[in-house]
Ligand binder design. Structure first.
Ligand code: ARG
Length: 577
C-alpha cells in the first residue's frame, strides 16, 4: 500500500485493498467498492459487488467470494466474512482503530483526504436589495453559501464570493422620488440619511407606486435620469448605497458571513447596450414585439430570456448575462454557484441556457443551488409575532436575548464574556438550525427548539465540545495528559468509525453542494463523543493512568474534529457554557 493512502481514512484504505483483490481475482475492480455497512451490528464496512461478479462470470457468489478472499487474507487491518447472498463484511481490528487515533492525535487532519483536482469556484450567495433590510429569506443564501465556500477552500479549491447587491433598477427611482418628498435637501447634498429612514420610506414608495399613477411616472423618469447619470441622483444613490451597505455589513458580520467582492447589479449597467447590440448583430438575440429576447431550444420548453423590454429598459436577465461575462473575464471560474431561492429556478435555467447559447459561458459551468422556504412554527412563511416581515437584525437580537436568558437560567453569571458567549450560542442556533436541514426542503424556524442545549441543535454540539475541553483541562490540573491510545473502551469503536467518516461526508457535502451532510455528521459525532464520555471514567478513583491517558487521547481527537466541523460550518465554540 502506498504511503499516501496509509494516511487517509480506514474506509478509503479498505476500499482500495478490496478493489485490488477483485482485480487480482480476475474480476472488475469497480465491483470491489466498499462502503459503510448497512448492518453496523454485523460489520463496519461492506462490499456488495459479488452478485454482479457472479452474474458476469456465471459463478456461484460463494466461489467468487473465496477467490477474492484469497487475496484479502494476511492483513492486520480487518477480518472479512462472506454473507449471503453476495456480501463481504469487514470488521476493522481494534489495533487498526487504535493506530488511527494515534495518527490523528499528531495530525488532526489525518482522517482527511485532500483534493487532487482543485477548481476555481465563484459563489453568489448574497443578493440583498438596497434600501430593504435583510430578512430571514436572506439567511439561507448566506449561511449555506458561506459554509460551501469554507468547505470548498478547506478541501483545496480556489474560491471567490460576490454579494451581488440588488442596487439598481426601478426600486431606486421609486426611492429617489420618495426622498424628494420626504427630505428634499438630500437632493442638494445636504442632511443625513439613516437606515431607519430608508426602512420607512422604501415601503411607502413601493405602496405609492402601486396605486398612484403620477408617482409611478415620476419614479420611472427618476430611474431613467439616474441611468443617464444625472449628478444629483447619482450622488443621492451613492448615499443610499453607503447607508445600506453599512447595515448589511453589520448583519452579515454578526453571522460571520463575508464576501470577497462587494459588487452590485449597477456594476454591469454600462455594459448592457454593448452586450445586447453585439448579441443582436451576431444573430443570437432578436427583436420580438418591441423587446429583444434570446430564444431557448424548443426541447427545453422555456420562455425566451428577455434582455430588453419594449420600453427600452434592461431587466434582471440581461444583468445576469453581463455579470457572467464579467466574472469569466475577471476571475476565470471553472464553476459559478448561485445560492438563490428555489423560486428562481426557471430564471436561472433561462439565463444559463442563454449564456451557453450566446457563447458567453464557454467552458465555465453555472449551477443554481436552490433552497426552500423558512417557515414559522405555524407552518407558514416566517413572520414576526405581529405578522410582519422579520428583519434579520431583529431576529439576531431576539435570538441573542433568548440565549442570554438561557445562560442565566443555567446559573451563568452575566459578565462581558457572557455577552460574547450568548452571541456565539445565538448564531450557532440559527446556523445549525439552517444547516442541519436539506437546503432543498422547507424548514420550521423554531427559536425555542434551536436554542435547546439538548437534541439536534447548534448549542448541543457546542456544549459537547466545551464539556470535553473542560475535562481535558481538569485532567491536566491533575497531571493527566492524553497519551498513547491503547484501548478502545466502551463506545470507542463506534466513535472512531464515526471519526473515520469525516472525509466521505466532506466529499458528499461538496458533490451535492449540501452542508447538511457535514452538519449531520457533526451531530452524530457529538452523540458518540458524549456516549463515550459518559461510559468511560477518566478522573475517578481506581482508573489506571494508562487507561485514562488513552481515553483522553480519543476524546481529544473527537473534540478536534467537532471543532473542525463547526469551524467549516461557521460556528464558534465558546470558552465556557
Ligand atoms: N437580488 C435578487 C433577489 O432578491 C437575488 C440575486 C441573486 N443573484 C443573481 N445573480 N441573480 O431576488
Amino acid at each position: 500500500m502506498d504511503d499516501d493512502l496509509s494516511m487517509t481514512s480506514l474506509l478509503r484504505r479498505i476500499d482500495a485493498i478490496c478493489r485490488d483483490a477483485f482485480g487480482a481475482a480476475g474480476y472488475d475492480p469497480a465491483s470491489g467498492e466498499v462502503r459503510l455497512s448497512d448492518r453496523p451490528d454485523l460489520a463496519d464496512f461492506q462490499c456488495s459487488g459479488l452478485l454482479r461478479v457472479a452474474k458476469q462470470h456465471k459463478l456461484n457468489p460463494q466461489i467468487a467470494a473465496d477467490a477474492v478472499m484469497g487475496h484479502l487474507a494476511d492483513n492486520d487491518l480487518f477480518t472479512v466474512e462472506f454473507a449471503r447472498p453476495g456480501f463481504l463484511n469487514f470488521t476493522v481490528s481494534d489495533a487498526s482503530l487504535i493506530a488511527q487515533v494515534a495518527r490523528a492525535l499528531d495530525d488532526p487532519e489525518a482522517f482527511l483526504q485532500r483534493n487532487e483536482n482543485p477548481q476555481r469556484f465563484l459563489l453568489d450567495y448574497g443578493g440583498p436589495n438596497l434600501a430593504k433590510e435583510m430578512h430571514v429569506g436572506h439567511l439561507r443564501s448566506c449561511i449555506v453559501g458561506q459554509a460551501l465556500k469554507t468547505v470548498l477552500s478547506f478541501a483545496g479549491h480556489h474560491t471567490i464570493s460576490d454579494v451581488h447587491l440588488g442596487d439598481w433598477g426601478l426600486q431606486m427611482g421609486q426611492l429617489i422620488s420618495q426622498i424628494a418628498d420626504e427630505r428634499p435637501q438630500l437632493l442638494q447634498g445636504e442632511g443625513t440619511l439613516a437606515m431607519a429612514d430608508l426602512q420607512e420610506w422604501y415601503p411607502r414608495a413601493s405602496a405609492r407606486s402601486k396605486d398612484d399613477t403620477a408617482f409611478r411616472e415620476r419614479a420611472r423618469s427618476a430611474t431613467a435620469m439616474l441611468q443617464a447619470g444625472k449628478p444629483e441622483y447619482v450622488a443621492l444613490w451613492q448615499k443610499v448605497v453607503e447607508t445600506s451597505n453599512a447595515s448589511l455589513q453589520r448583519d452579515y458580520g454578526r453571522l460571520g458571513v463575508s464576501f470577497d467582492q462587494w459588487y452590485g447589479e449597477s456594476r454591469y449597467q454600462a455594459a448592457l447596450d454593448g452586450l445586447v447590440a453585439r448579441l443582436v448583430e451576431e444573430g443570437k438575440a432578436e427583436p420580438s414585439d418591441g423587446a429583444i429576447v434570446v430564444h431557448l431550444p424548443e426541447a427545453e420548453k422555456l420562455p425566451p430570456l428577455i434582455l430588453r423590454n419594449s420600453n427600452g429598459g434592461y431587466g434582471y436577465g440581461a444583468t445576469d448575462l453581463a455579470t457572467i461575462e464579467d466574472r469569466i473575464e475577471q476571475d476565470h471560474p471553472d464553476i459559478i454557484l448561485y445560492v438563490v431561492d428555489a423560486r428562481q429556478k426557471m430564471h436561472f435555467r433561462q439565463v444559463f441556457g442563454a449564456a451557453d447559447q450566446c457563447g458567453i459561458l464557454g467552458d465555465t459551468q453555472a449551477e443554481h443551488i436552490p433552497f426552500g422556504t423558512v417557515n414559522g412554527t405555524d407552518g407558514k412563511p416566517f413572520k414576526t409575532r405581529a405578522g410582519g416581515v422579520m428583519r434579520l437584525h431583529d431576529l439576531l437580537e431576539t435570538m441573542n436575548r433568548a440565549a442570554r436568558d438561557r445562560l442565566e437560567a443555567a446559573g451563568s453569571v452575566p459578565t462581558e464574556d457572557h455577552a460574547v458567549v450568548a452571541e456565539d450560542i445565538a448564531v450557532a442556533a440559527i446556523k445549525f438550525g439552517e444547516l442541519s436541514h436539506d437546503r432543498e426542503s422547507n424548514y420550521v424556524f423554531d427559536i425555542d427548539q434551536f436554542l435547546q442545549f439538548e437534541g439536534k441543535t447548534g448549542p448541543y454540539i457546542q456544549y459537547s465540545c466545551v464539556r470535553v475541553r473542560t475535562l481535558l483541562e481538569n485532567a491536566a490540573k491533575d497531571g493527566l495528559q492524553p497519551g498513547a491510545p491503547t484501548i478502545m473502551g466502551t463506545g470507542g469503536r463506534e466513535l472512531v468509525l464515526c471519526l473515520d467518516e469525516f472525509s466521505a461526508q466532506l466529499n458528499r457535502t461538496i458533490e451535492a453542494r449540501k452542508p447538511s451532510f457535514l452538519a449531520n455528521h457533526v451531530y452524530k459525532l457529538a452523540n458518540r463523543t458524549n456516549s463515550f464520555y459518559q461510559a468511560n471514567r477518566v478522573l475517578s478513583e481506581g482508573v489506571a493512568p494508562a487507561a485514562a491517558a488513552s481515553h483522553l487521547a480519543l476524546l481529544r481527537v473527537a473534540m478536534q474534529q467537532i471543532e473542525l466541523c463547526l469551524r467549516l460550518l461557521g460556528i464558534n465554540v465558546p470558552k465556557a457554557m
